[in-house]
Design a protein around this ligand. Sequence first.
Ligand SMILES: Nc1ncnc2c1ncn2[C@@H]1O[C@H](COP(=O)(O)OP(=O)(O)OP(=O)(O)O)[C@@H](O)[C@H]1O
Ligand SMILES: [Mg+2]
Length: 251
Amino acid sequence: MTDKSPVIIAIANTKGGVGKTTTAVNLAAALAAPRRKVLLVDLDSQASASLWLGVDRARLKPSSGSCLLHEFPIVQAIRATPVPHLDLLTGSVELANADVALAEVKGRELTLKNLLQRVRQRYEMIMLDCPPSLSLIGVNALVAADGLVSLLASLDTVRTRLGTKGRLLGILFTMVDPGRPAACEVRNRLRAQFRDEIFHTEIMMSRALEEAPAGARTIFDHAPRSRSAVAFRRLAGEVLERLRSTRHSKR
Ligand SMILES: Nc1ncnc2c1ncn2[C@@H]1O[C@H](COP(=O)(O)OP(=O)(O)OP(=O)(O)O)[C@@H](O)[C@H]1O
Ligand SMILES: [Mg+2]
């Protein structure tokens, strides 16, 4: 990896509905800055991240699926978003057939990594919003990624995530509900056990986050002063800090 290459971060968890897309969209928006151009790649056939960023359901193609499966030129498929400095490669139903289609391809686990090489000069960071399964697309994401942000909304997924420790950028507690003391106890125990691996920032349950997608606005446009907006800014700071230290230790 040269210094010109973007840092690629996968937001992943094999469980559905744990806040992956919420994290991918808002973390990407928090990281996008004049000197930090960010690309969000929607790898989910449900395309929630793309719809959140205002893409019309009828206009999801060309998508990441078009590029991965049908060799559509990635540069032509990438679009601007309402968020300055944040670009998007959409998801679409094409991805639903990816496992079957990619199965025939030689070096199939590397397809995404190779694809992203073509836009490496353009971005400082690439964020991957993964589907909720360990499909071939999910494997492609993990192979392409330099760092993994793993989400934890419940205890039963801990082991899966710790298996990827070598490349783990951090574990994020999402959808935290302070009204559930038992869950709070679990989080405290995990913090004591895995300390450094868990981000200090926690994403709480919030009405603002729940409502933001319907208005096609990130949390920073929907509720800029909300606790969730502050949390995603803090998380971005933590991610940058961790990247700095892992980069140093990698070389
Ligand atoms: N912190 C939060 N507070 C309130 N609602 C949230 C929060 N995080 C996520 N949600 C809501 O929960 C649902 C699932 O979240 P999200 O789509 O981010 O999960 P996901 O892991 O990407 O799901 P999938 O596995 O289907 O891709 C969405 O309706 C989202 O708006
Ligand atoms: Mg999702």
